[in-house]
Design a protein around this ligand. Structure first.
Ligand code: FAD
Length: 479
């Protein structure tokens, strides 16, 4: 029997608002406490704004890289770029869209019967009461504090950009990814520090918009966490387009000197640009929330430890999203939040399965991934055979002038069950779905190969890779 009825959610990003919708649907009395606006950083500063900016960058790249080859000439004799971007206008669109989406989410959550409170939430010091409930305190901007009682609490407070001690952002020239949307003019020379997903996405986008970009990477290659073949393709494309990619180079500090920024590197070299974007990771929003006092255990990075149904170490307290550091994606945050509510409210619940998560790097080309990876195979975590098909052999790719990219599939050697895949292509985020379906449903390469694909289409390469794996798998099994 369901006995949990009062749910308080601290943080209204994807982890929080998706949980609120589920809890309301299951009949709970739900309150969401949020500091900055529903949708969270995902909608207001991170995911939605960056992808909106990248939408403009994509048009620029598509035009720049293929118009000549496709027979398009420009009625313009300027040797400079024939098309240019009004960054002020782009950024106003980015912010408008983000606010509209936050507004839409607030409306749908409110329509579902959820109470939304603006303020900073934290756990009360009293621990669990005799009836199992907990206190949540809400500090409003007017200085008042409200006390709420909850049968279950969800912490979904997200994370914020990490700053280097010697590179304090000033919001004008030295920037975090949340501050770039206040720029009115395109940075002429942009130094991006950090070559993880965020650094690579912004470096690629600003280069396409017209900035001269230097990407400072402390690792051997860009995107150290991604498929190595995919990262190699992207780094090659970046360099060909004129980006200065500095590998194995650590930035120690950044300072503003007049209208320029000086970035000091590990070996003492100083590089300069007009702007610097710091993309050096994020810090969970878990400080000063009464978590440890309430028995909620954190790891060394301050992230909340959770199990696969989003339970923390404190009874009745759940956590979801970036504050747990599990897999920092909006889709995973939302899934963790929903799972927490199914569990808290006694509904059927499937524990979180990270091996079916699909993710995408929104560069050009995009890099989409699902399931087990090349690293899992090489370290023996998964026994799988692989096939990689370059897109340059695909008829549709040839027609569209696409040269960079590939489809890679991994399957079990005996059964042929598809366990993972990587797509590097324009709109790989859309193409990965067929592989996601295969991984999620334990489909075999034979099943993937036997489904019709449109001719000509990029997805034809997925079916072709599956066909080749059928033969490779047979050869491996016979030997
Ligand atoms: C530049 C960038 C691009 C990204 N792009 C993508 C993408 O394309 N796809 C994808 O899946 N993921 C993307 N991500 C990751 C994604 O944004 C996060 O995984 C997602 O935001 C996590 O959601 P969340 O609910 O945990 O937290 P958030 O979205 O961070 O929301 C947390 C909310 O809690 C509020 N809050 C914090 N502390 C308190 C408190 N004490 N009391 C009340 N409220 C509080 C915050 O104000 C915020 O509103 C991107 C991240 C970055 C940095």
């Amino acid at each position: 029997m369901v006995h949990v009825t009062r749910i308080v959610i601290i943080g209204g990003g994807p982890g929080g608002y998706e949980a609120a919708l589920v809890a309301a649907q299951l009949g709970a009395e739900v309150t969401v406490v949020d500091r900055d606006g529903l949708g969270g950083s995902a909608v207001l500063t991170d995911c939605v704004p960056s992808k909106t900016l990248i939408a403009t960058a994509e048009v620029m790249t598509g035009f720049d890289s293929s118009h000549g080859e496709l027979g398009i000439t420009l009625a313009c004799d300027s040797p400079e770029r024939a098309i240019s971007v009004d960054l002020g206008k782009v950024n106003r669109r980015v912010k408008r869209l983000a606010i509209a989406q936050s507004h839409d989410i607030t409306q749908s959550v409110t329509r579902a019967g959820v109470t939304v409170l603006r303020g900073r939430g934290r756990l009360g010091t009293g621990g669990q009461a005799a009836d199992g409930s907990r206190e949540v305190l809400v500090d409003a901007v007017d200085g008042t504090t409200q006390s709420l009682r909850a049968d279950a609490v969800l912490i979904s407070t997200g994370a914020h950009p990490r700053e280097l001690p010697d590179a304090a952002p000033d919001g004008e020239r030295i920037l975090t990814w949340t501050q770039v949307y206040d720029l009115d003019e395109l940075p002429r020379e942009l130094i991006v520090v950090g070559s993880g997903v965020t650094g690579a996405e912004f470096a690629g986008a600003y280069q396409a918009l017209g900035s001269k970009v230097t990407l400072v990477s402390s690792r051997d290659r860009v995107l150290p966490g991604e498929d190595p073949d995919a990262a190699e393709v992207l780094e090659d494309v970046f360099r060909r387009r004129g980006m200065n990619v500095m590998g194995r180079t650590r930035a120690e500090g950044a300072k503003r000197v007049g209208d320029r920024v000086e970035v000091t590197l590990g070996d003492g070299t100083v590089i300069t640009g007009t702007h610097c974007l710091m993309a050096v990771g994020s810090i969970p929003n878990t400080a000063d929330m009464g978590l440890e006092e309430a028995g909620v255990k954190l790891n060394d990075w301050g992230q909340i430890k959770v199990d696969r149904v989003s339970r923390t170490s404190a009874p009745g307290v759940y956590a979801a999203g970036d504050c747990t550091g599990v897999f920092m994606l909006a889709s995973v945050a939302a899934m963790q939040g929903r799972i927490a509510m199914y569990h808290a409210l006694g509904d059927a619940v499937q524990p979180l399965n990270l091996k079916t998560v699909s993710s995408n790097v929104f560069t050009d080309p995009e890099i989409a991934t699902v399931g087990y990876t090349a690293a899992d195979v090489s370290c023996g975590k998964m026994d799988a055979v692989e096939v990689k098909l370059p897109l340059r052999g695909n008829p549709r790719a040839k027609m569209q002038g696409i040269r960079d990219g590939f489809v890679k599939l991994f399957c079990r050697p005996g059964t042929g069950i598809v366990v993972g895949g990587v797509v590097v292509a324009p709109r790989a985020s859309e193409l990965i779905h067929s592989i996601s379906l295969a991984v999620d449903n334990n489909l075999t390469v034979e099943q993937v190969a036997s489904a019709f694909t449109v001719y000509p289409s990029l997805s034809g390469s997925t079916a072709e890779a599956a066909r080749q794996l059928h033969i490779r798998k047979r050869a491996e099994t016979d030997s």
